[in-house]
Design a protein. Structure first.
Length: 715
């Protein structure tokens, strides 16, 4: 949105220092994995010298009880034609609104799922066409070429330090961070000595898979065998599931792992975020720096965990978006709500809404006032940061830390001017003077025209942990281009070879095959996957309205992975499977490694549990889906009525368990998915949307519903 601006022309005073760090306000200013568990594996690096080699593992057998999932291909995503742009003028919008209202009314009367307006034209505002394969690996490779101190383990999309650690560093606890891509320079850009030891990346706005996480941990445990691995990630359902399972897999292999989950957002009052907790936002960058420096200073795994949790406890962030960002490879949404000067107060880092949509926007001073009021509120719903008067000014080694972060699309000029406004208001309206100020592009939401303000109350951290020395940890020098002040890396010769791909390792474990596959298996799988692929657009649309806009693509990746991995379509080799339990296990592996996101974790867990249930020949096969659902319930609080995938799965499983036919059961599942239209989300990203997504179906439930119907119709 080229005209989006934070400030009205002439409304701001002087600004224009791009990224700065002010200090002038201050008055003074484990256990190692067993050797047998660590099999050799190349870690590729694009560097000035030959490829670095790390030892890694563990092989499949060493991880009893864990999920073993090979990496999937990330196929290109063929999609609609690109030939125009979104309607922009008000008249077009008005016409569109009238059309949508009429369509909604007609649909409501017919009790049909909400159809979409005719396909909008593909955005032309991307360099890469929608058919282009994933951009994640090319992005990581570019990071290597511009940062010769880094290496890439391509199968797990893990960036790590190239240089084998010196003796002192080898004794340190490695810090692994990660999450979905699209937030660059976070997290891979912060891999540097004294900051992160490694970062693992998922697809755009989707968590890395559990297998990626467990392999990243294994790589670090092999390189830093002394004291365990600290894992840091943001509080999103997909991240929590995949990092949680990945950490469990690593623990099963004998690696000591502790996890810190960042949750600094203050946009949602406690009443609305009770089940999911607060979202993690740009505050995680401060936690990365503090933990990285503390690890270099020699803190133990347990001490780092306590420090990370405490820093998170006293960090608060509030965001604002002037428009949504657009994911490469998806159609523009016909329901984009941010028109003209509209802004979303409290916007998250994946387009999620927060506090409220402000029609017509507001001036920069008013915006800063509202954001700071939310950040510094001390009421029961939003009083996340407790400030004592003495905490608000620099003293000794403490004082507030301010981070004004560009979500990707605000000019440096405006960001810096806004930072100035924030500092003025903090001083005059809140008597708060930061000891450190960071302003720049630290964690983005693709190219969102938006920003966030983060405050860290270091005095409160020091009350809990007197020796923490948070400002010293923030100040300790690092050679990291993405962090303020780092410029000293040697340049890389232009003819250096690009990163070599490492090889995937684990082969699936052998399970009991379970009941024979139906003769129509291939046809059923094809119709199910094709149904899911054709539903991509509407699912993406609904996830844009009540989520982060990636659900359709996530399901499409899963469906294509099944077609390739099980039926040999596209570039796949296919697989001959001796029974239904093996097919379900293979499906779990393919879904887990291809999808990412919450839905990828939930469906992979479900299929893994289904595989075990089918392998149990003592109990009837038609109850296996219900038994698998009961097993899934150990991992998610979602139940019928929570507006999730479970709303489609549960009626399907129940109908089969009651002895109903496959088609009848699948229709019950689809009815369950339709029913989510009237539900308010209690879990997942739709929780953040006012109304909890009510009015559109839950995209995950929809994907499962259409898949089940496709599966039954192919029989
Ligand atoms: N806790 C949960 N348990 C089960 N399903 C969930 C949960 N949270 C969200 N979902 C489902 O996941 C779907 C979104 O999937 P996806 O787009 O992969 O998630 P993400 O928000 O992580 O990008 C939702 O439509 C909902 O059906
Ligand atoms: O960037 C996105 C997050 O790191 C992953 O969140 P998700 O998998 O829950 O969508």
């Amino acid at each position: 949105m080229p005209h989006a601006r934070l400030s009205r022309p002439g409304a701001l005073g002087e600004g224009g220092w791009g990224r700065w760090q002010a200090r002038g306000h201050s008055e003074s200013e484990a256990r190692p994995p067993p050797p047998s568990a660590l099999a050799p594996l190349d870690v590729s690096s694009a560097s000035c010298t030959p490829t670095a080699h790390l030892r890694r593992g563990p092989p499949a057998r060493a991880r009893a009880g864990a999920l073993h999932l090979p990496y999937g291909q990330h196929p290109s995503l063929p999609r609609r034609s690109a030939n125009g742009m979104q309607p922009r003028c008000l008249r077009d919008r008005a016409v569109a609104v009238v059309v949508v209202v009429v369509v909604v009314l007609v649909v409501e009367c017919c009790c049909l799922p909400l159809p979409l307006p005719s396909p909008p034209a593909m955005s032309t505002k991307h360099i890469y066409p929608p058919t282009h394969p994933s951009l994640v690996l090319p992005t990581l490779r570019a990071l290597l070429l511009t940062n010769p101190h880094l290496a890439l383990h391509a199968p797990s999309k893990t960036i790590l330090l190239r240089t084998p650690p010196a003796a002192a560093a080898a004794a340190a606890v490695p810090v692994l961070c990660g999450g979905g891509s699209g937030h660059e320079p976070f997290a891979a850009g912060y891999v540097a000595p004294g900051l992160l030891t490694a970062a693992v990346s998922g697809e755009v706005f989707a968590s890395p898979s559990a297998r990626q996480v467990s392999d990243a941990i294994a790589l670090l445990a092999a390189q830093y065998p002394a004291r365990g691995v600290l894992v840091l990630h943001n509080n999103y359902t997909g991240d929590c599931l995949h990092f949680g399972i990945g950490a469990e897999m690593a623990r099963a292999a004998g690696i000591d792992v502790q996890t810190v989950v960042q949750s600094d957002d203050v946009s949602l009052p406690r009443a609305r975020s009770a089940k999911v907790g607060r979202r993690g936002l740009a505050g995680i960058v401060l936690t990365c720096k503090i933990l990285g420096a503390a690890s270099s200073a020699g803190l133990s795994l347990a001490e780092l965990k306590t420090l990370g949790d405490t820093v998170n406890r006293y960090t608060a962030t509030i965001g604002t978006g002037l428009d949504h960002c657009h994911l490469p490879g998806t159609a523009p949404s016909a329901w984009e709500p941010l028109n003209g000067n509209d802004l979303e107060l409290g916007m998250g880092m994946h387009n999620e809404p927060g506090v409220r949509l402000v029609r017509g926007g507001m001036g920069s001073a008013e915006l800063a006032r509202e954001m700071l009021a939310l950040l510094l509120a001390d009421d029961a719903e939003r009083g996340f940061l407790r400030w004592e008067e003495a905490d608000k000014t620099p003293s000794g080694s403490g004082g507030p830390v301010l981070l004004v972060n560009n979500l990707g699309g605000i000019s440096n000029l405006e960001l810096s001017a806004f930072c100035s406004e924030v500092l003025d208001q903090l001083a005059h309206a809140h008597a708060l003077r930061p000891a450190r100020v960071y302003a720049g592009t630290y964690l983005t939401s693709l190219n969102s025209p938006g920003l966030s303000i983060t405050l860290l109350n270091t005095a409160a951290v020091h009350r809990a942990l007197p020796a923490a020395g948070v400002l010293d940890l923030l100040d300790s020098p690092v050679d990291c281009p993405a962090w303020a002040g780092a410029t000293t890396f040697p340049t890389c010769a232009p003819d250096d070879p690009p990163a070599r791909q490492g090889e995937p390792i684990d082969e699936p474990e052998l399970l009991a095959p379970g009941p024979a596959l139906p003769a129509t298996f291939a046809r059923q799988l094809r119709t199910a996957c094709e149904a899911v692929i054709s539903a991509e657009r509407e699912m993406t649309e609904w996830d844009t309205v009540a989520g982060d806009g990636d659900c359709g693509l996530t399901f499409e990746r899963g469906a294509r992975a099944l077609l390739e991995g099980l039926l040999g379509e596209g570039k796949g080799k296919g697989k001959v499977l001796a029974g239904s339990a093996l097919a379900a296990a293979e499906a779990a592996r393919l879904l887990e490694s291809s999808m990412g996101g919450t839905s990828g974790a939930i469906l992979a867990l479900y299929c893994t549990a289904l595989s075990s249930a089918l392998a149990d020949r003592e109990r009837p096969a038609h109850t296996a889906p219900q038994r698998a659902l009961d097993a899934l319930y150990q991992y998610t609080p979602a139940r019928p009525g929570s507006r999730t995938i479970v709303d489609a799965l549960a009626p399907f499983c129940a109908a089969l368990a009651e002895g109903k036919g496959l088609l009848e059961a699948a229709k019950a599942g689809m009815d369950g998915a339709r029913g989510t239209r009237a539900m308010r989300a209690r879990l997942g990203r739709a929780t953040y949307v006012a109304g909890g997504g009510e009015g559109v179906p839950d995209p995950g439930a929809w994907g499962v519903g259409v898949g089940l119907v496709g599966w039954a119709e192919g029989a």
